[in-house]
Design a protein around this ligand. Structure first.
Ligand SMILES: Nc1ncnc2c1ncn2[C@@H]1O[C@@H]2COP(=O)(O)O[C@H]2[C@H]1O
Ligand SMILES: [Zn+2]
Length: 517
């Protein structure tokens, strides 16, 4: 069933509303209503529609289903909105042109492009690439519609997400562009595959709510119901992408290619479900071991483009340190926000999202298992780089064997070394803090005993201080056996909080796959 939530549906029982919808002037009376409704909707549709309409939804949610209020970006170029051509000319001033000239470089910085374009990096880069690849001429596309397509996609990203926003989409698209330029790929890809790769890359996280699939499932979100808990977000992303293609009018211009294009976009975006990485990785390894990849075959090109998009999606640790470091902070910021939502909802806090967790030991860099308790940015990075990025990029390098892949591997190694150093420094600092705290506690105890032996001060009665909670020990290690509220079985931050107002309606899950590897 295709579902567009465009209308305001009042919070009446679903069956009643359905009757109203079908008993309009053209419904042909109410005799066949039930029959008609049952022909139109399956049992699952009923469940979904009921979930969707069981609460008052004050406003139309437009083409996106997360119903998350997005703060509109303050765009320097918004005033030119009516004149697309003027907008294109206007933002392409010297600085932008210079950056675009280097958009095939691995050191490309999406944040810089975002700044110099006044927040329009996504459409600016994509329209530029469509020109650059000759896609506008080849498919006889109207540039105004293409601009509209990328503006719709840009607006579909939540600017309030620290990580899953339109800058991430721009970054991944630029990485995909670099991969499309690799000799092994460039000589075989068709214009349709290039177009699908660029649209797939730029829309791969469209309408991402800033929380993971696990959260969506835990909160019985309507998207989880709709997609039966499987690749919930990715299914939503590709369908939203198709919506933008239709709404912009680009789909209409691509009529003869539409089926093929949409299939490719779907498969590319679905491949970015990081839970499916083991499946893709073993297929990729098998091909490489057997030397069976032949990019003259469409099916093999398709597979390699899926792998390319997967690599592009998690390529931030292979970027120069300044850029890479920034992405790491942003992604962890988003994880930690989810942790806060979970805490407020009284849900178990996903370990990687728990900024306040009292982790037991640091990540074992050499072990095969990620530490479930790791929560600091440095720790998640060491784990992520080691267990997710490296295995995929090792194979990607094996396939490409190019100066770019060699460079990416070197940068990845260097970034990993830096995170490991940071992690060690963090560990040393924590140990130092704990020792100081232990010293202070010891001194306090000595003073108390001295006071009890020598002076009249103590009355034997409890004082106000005795009831004051001890200051939070945010990053205390259990390895020093200091009891915490959690180790005593008292869960912190478990006050029931009504966070309906502050929570995005749709949500999801953090990287359990790689934690559990
Ligand atoms: N630097 C990073 N550190 C930890 N997790 C990351 C990092 N970069 C990407 N990820 C995760 O990898 C996921 C890849 O798919 P998504 O972009 O949907 O969401 C991404 C994040 O959850
Ligand atoms: Zn992504």
């Amino acid at each position: 069933m295709r579902l567009f939530v465009r209308v305001y549906l009042p919070p009446k029982p679903f069956e009643e509303r359905l009757s109203e919808i079908f008993s309009g002037p053209d419904s042909g009376g109410d005799g066949g209503l039930d029959e008609m409704a049952h022909r139109l909707f399956t049992k699952e549709d009923y469940v979904l529609l009921d979930a969707l309409t069981s609460r008052p939804t004050a406003v139309s949610t437009g083409r996106f289903l997360t119903m998350h209020k997005r703060r509109r970006k303050k765009l320097a170029t918004r005033c030119l909105h009516h004149e697309y051509q003027a907008l294109l000319d206007d933002v392409h001033h010297g600085l932008v042109q210079n950056i675009l000239k280097n958009c095939g470089e691995w050191a490309f910085n999406a944040f810089t492009l975002e700044n110099v374009t006044g927040g329009r990096a996504l459409p600016v880069l994509c329209v530029h690439l469509f020109h650059w690849y000759g896609l506008l001429e080849y498919f006889k596309l109207d540039v105004v519609r293409v601009w509209k397509l990328f503006t719709l996609i840009e607006e579909g990203y939540h600017s309030t997400n620290p990580y899953h926003n339109s800058i991430h989409a721009t970054d991944v698209t630029q990485a995909m562009h670099c991969f499309l330029q690799e000799e092994k790929i460039r000589q075989y890809v068709t214009p349709l595959e290039i177009m699908a790769s660029l649209i797939g890359a730029v829309a791969h996280d469209l309408d991402h709510p800033g929380v993971n699939q696990h959260f969506l499932i835990s909160t019985s979100n309507h998207l989880a119901i709709l997609y039966q808990n499987m690749s919930v977000l990715e299914n939503h992303h590709w369908r939203s992408a198709i919506g933008c293609l239709l709404e912009s009018g680009v789909a209409e211009q691509l009529q003869p290619y539409r089926g093929e294009l949409e299939n490719q976009i779907r498969d590319l975006i679905l491949a970015t479900d990081i839970n499916r990485q083991p499946e893709f990785l073993s297929r990729f390894r098998k091909h490489l071991n057997e030397g069976s990849l032949d990019l003259r075959q469409a099916e093999h090109r398709h597979f390699i483009l899926q792998i390319a998009l997967k690599c592009a999606d998690i390529s931030n640790p292979t970027r120069p340190w300044d850029i890479s470091h920034k992405w790491s902070l942003k992604v962890c910021d988003e994880f930690f926000r989810q942790g806060e939502y979970e805490r407020k909802l009284n849900l178990p806090v996903t370990s990687i999202c728990d900024q306040q967790s009292t982790s037991v030991a640091k990540i074992q860099v050499d072990s095969t298992k990620c530490d479930q308790q790791s929560t600091s940015v440095a720790k998640t990075q060491v784990g992520f780089l080691k267990f997710m990025v490296t295995p995929l990029f090792v194979e990607w390098h094996r396939f490409l064997g190019s100066p770019l892949s060699t460079h990416m591997m070197a940068v990845l190694e260097e970034n990993r070394r830096r995170w490991e150093e940071l992690e060690k420094a963090e560990q040393a600092e924590e140990t130092q803090t704990e020792l100081s705290e232990a010293d202070a506690a010891e001194r306090e105890e000595e003073e108390r005993q001295e006071g009890a032996a020598t002076g009249p001060v103590g009355t034997g009665q409890p004082t106000e201080r005795d009831f004051m909670p001890s200051p939070p020990k945010e990053i205390r290690r259990q390895s020093l056996a200091v009891p915490t509220l959690e180790s005593l079985g008292v869960r912190r931050h478990s006050v029931p909080v009504n966070i309906e107002q502050s929570l995005p309606r749709t949500i999801y899950r953090c990287l359990e796959h790689w934690q559990n590897q």
